[in-house]
Design a protein around this ligand. Structure first.
Ligand code: RET
Length: 241
């Protein structure tokens, strides 16, 4: 295997490297903690570990791909998201299940998230010329998810599931509103010609680099942060035997 050196001024490669390490460490932590967790929260903590583990494997691959080619690993980025974002939807379902969340709610969240990602992928790859259109379509699905979690079924069920779940849902809702909003910023940075005529980074290679750095930071915040909120909930919820 050939060895490709990581130049210390290559911030894209650096964030891929740190991302890999952080996701691996988080996965080990969540997996080991599953056994120290009360029974009813074990699946939730396990899913937190699966999210960071799937990301760790993709980051390991994307890190190598980026080092060797200098390109954005867009395809694998989206494969990662298509696996991990629905698992985040599963987390919302699991924490609200004790208040009676139905499987239909899980499907609503999953379908909306897949729609958001597939349309975003179109805008980033096949239909590059109409990336504004696809960005807006993807954004609509994003706002639907925000609505469900802030004001819709998820919020209502979380409030009925007791103060600890309600509190955790409020924190997760902020992750979705602010943490997830970082992604469209990366998308805009990487869009040729900018969005709505706003050219943020004019050089194409630099634009892709900016996009990758923003996506890498967002992933670390959202995947690990999300998992830690679930972990904290599993420790604080003493309402059940
Ligand atoms: C672990 C990965 C996560 C939480 C990924 C989340 C991704 C998004 C919220 C992406 C959203 C996008 C838009 C709202 C519009 C532009 C296209 C996307 C796909 C970047």
């Amino acid at each position: 295997m050939e060895h490709v050196a990581l130049a210390n001024d290559n911030y894209v490669a650096f964030t891929f490297f740190i991302g890999t390490m952080a996701m691996m460490a988080a996965s080990v932590f969540f997996f080991f903690e599953v056994n120290n967790t009360k029974k009813e929260w074990r699946t939730s903590v396990l899913v937190s570990g699966l999210i960071t583990f799937i990301a760790a494997v993709h980051y390991y691959y994307m890190r190598g791909y980026n080092l060797e080619t200098g390109q954005s690993p867009t395809f694998f980025r989206y494969v990662d998201w298509i696996l991990t974002v629905p698992l985040m939807c599963v987390e919302f379902y699991l924490i609200t299940k004790k208040a009676g969340a139905k499987i239909g709610l899980l499907w609503k969240l999953i379908v909306a998230s897949l729609f958001m990602l597939v349309t975003g992928y179109f805008g980033e790859t096949i239909y590059r010329d109409s990336s504004v259109f696809w960005g807006v379509v993807s954004g609509a699905a994003y706002f639907y998810i925000v609505y469900l979690i802030w004001f819709g079924e998820v919020a209502k069920l979380a409030n009925e599931a007791g103060p600890q779940v309600a509190k955790a849902n409020r924190v997760l809702a902020w992750f979705v509103l602010v943490g997830w909003a970082i992604y469209p910023v990366g998308y805009i940075l990487g869009t040729p010609g900018g969005l709505f005529g706003m050219v943020l980074v004019s050089d194409t290679a630099a634009a892709m680099h900016a996009m990758d750095i923003v996506y890498n930071i967002a992933d670390a915040i959202n995947k690990i942060g999300f998992g830690l909120v679930i972990y904290a909930l599993s420790r604080s919820d003493e309402t059940e035997a």
